[in-house]
Structure formats: C-alpha cells, structure tokens
Design a protein around this ligand. Structure first.
Ligand SMILES: [Zn+2]
Ligand SMILES: [Zn+2]
Length: 226
C-alpha cells in the first residue's frame, strides 16, 4: 500500500500564510492526500484545529518548521516547538520528543540554508527534503537529493504551501503501514510532485504587499523568499 503525504504545509499560524486550519484540511482532501504535516514556523498552535477540521481518514501530523541558526528544519511528530537553536541541538530536541528531523529545503540559496558541519548534520538527521515546491531553482532540490543519496538518507517531499491551491504540489510517497515517523526512520519514503513553482512566491509577495504596503518595496527587491 502506498500513501501520499504532503510533509510541509503552513497555516495562518505562520506569519507568511493566511490560510485558516479548515481550509488547509479541505485542500488536503481535495488534493487526494492521505496525510499532511502541519509545519508552521516555530509553533504547533494550529495543529489541533487542523485535526478537528480534518476527516478521520486524513492523517494530520503534528509538526514544526524550526528556524535553526542555519537552515529550516522539519520536526515531524512532535508535540512541542523545539528552540530556535543550532541544528544539532534542535535535532536532539526532536529526538527527545520521539519525532523525526528532516532538513527543509537545505540548499535553497534564496532562503535560509545549511553551509557548516554538513557531515555532522548528515549523521544526526533522519531525512532530507529533496522536493520542495517553493525552490525556484531546480538545482536547489537536485543538490538536496544528491546529498540524501550520498549519505544514504531518506528523502521527502512537501509543497511548503502557504495558500490552499499549493497543497499537494509536492508530496512524500509512503510504503507500508504504520506511522509516518516510522516510515521515515525505516526509509520507506520517496519524494514526488512538482519541485519548482514560482507563483506561490508571487502570491506571498502580493499578500505582504497588501498587509504592509509602505515597507514592501524593500521586501520585493531583497531577493529573499519566505
Ligand atoms: Zn522553510
Ligand atoms: Zn515552509
């Protein structure tokens, strides 16, 4: 049996998304997914609301996209947001909670990314996000996939959705039964879907433009994506 999970989905508990929990749950159903990880930035605040809104057959994983001192890190199957510390400390926190740690868009040079201690990270981490729909250059995902392969690490995929229409654009195929966390630990996952999607960023920029007009010109020209 193969199930499909989108392992990176944001709600309006993230500053850069305005999608309420009910719409995230509905979008996951519309996309035909078996599960999603609710990965808001540094908070689990909306996980329960997404669960409440989801049908019983949609597996909602409690998760966090942690802002480490280097790149972003997906803490999957955790109940508390880990501290915004260095990556190895964050990974320890995730493991102490019984969760799995996956490096999120690890080599996306336009966002926060990882550049130091990559060997130590490869030793500690449980997986690498090798397909992220918001990587504007194909090379960022290719480098992540190569890193995963070189270190024999499981690779995952996620849409990094900030808007309902993005949910499911990238996903993780899960082989076999049991929990998603075990599937990652045992390497029964593989990434799929679309890895390059610019219009989500454009929509985010328009959202920022609407919310903070006056100051947005700098945001628009900074070259940094959320
Ligand atoms: Zn991120
Ligand atoms: Zn994200």
């Amino acid at each position: 049996m193969t199930r499909r999970y989108d392992l990176q989905v944001h709600t309006d508990a993230s500053p850069c998304s305005r999608t309420p929990p009910e719409r995230v749950a509905a979008a996951a159903v519309d996309a035909g997914l078996d599960g999603i990880a609710v990965t808001d930035h540094d908070t689990v605040a909306n996980v329960e609301s997404v669960r409440d809104a989801a049908p019983d057959d949609l597996d909602v994983i409690s998760a966090v996209e942690v802002t480490t001192t280097e790149g972003h890190l997906l803490a999957l199957d955790v109940t508390e947001a880990p501290p915004q510390a260095d990556p190895l400390t964050v990974i320890d926190h995730v493991h102490d909670q019984g969760g799995v740690a996956v490096l999120s868009h690890p080599f996306d040079a336009l966002r926060q990314y990882y550049e130091t201690d990559l060997e130590a990270l490869a030793e500690a981490v449980d997986g690498i996000e090798a397909v992220n729909s918001r990587c504007v250059s194909r090379r960022f995902n290719e480098r992540a996939a190569a890193f995963a392969a070189a270190h024999d690490l499981p690779a995952t995929g996620g849409s990094d959705a900030h808007f309902p229409m993005e949910v499911g654009r990238a996903y993780t195929s899960v082989e076999g039964d049991g929990s998603l966390a075990d599937a990652v630990r045992e390497g029964r996952v593989r990434p799929g879907g679309r890895g390059r999607y610019l219009s989500g960023h454009v929509a985010t920029k328009l959202h920022q433009f609407r919310t903070v007009s006056g100051r947005t010109i700098t945001d628009l020209t900074s070259g940094r994506f959320p």
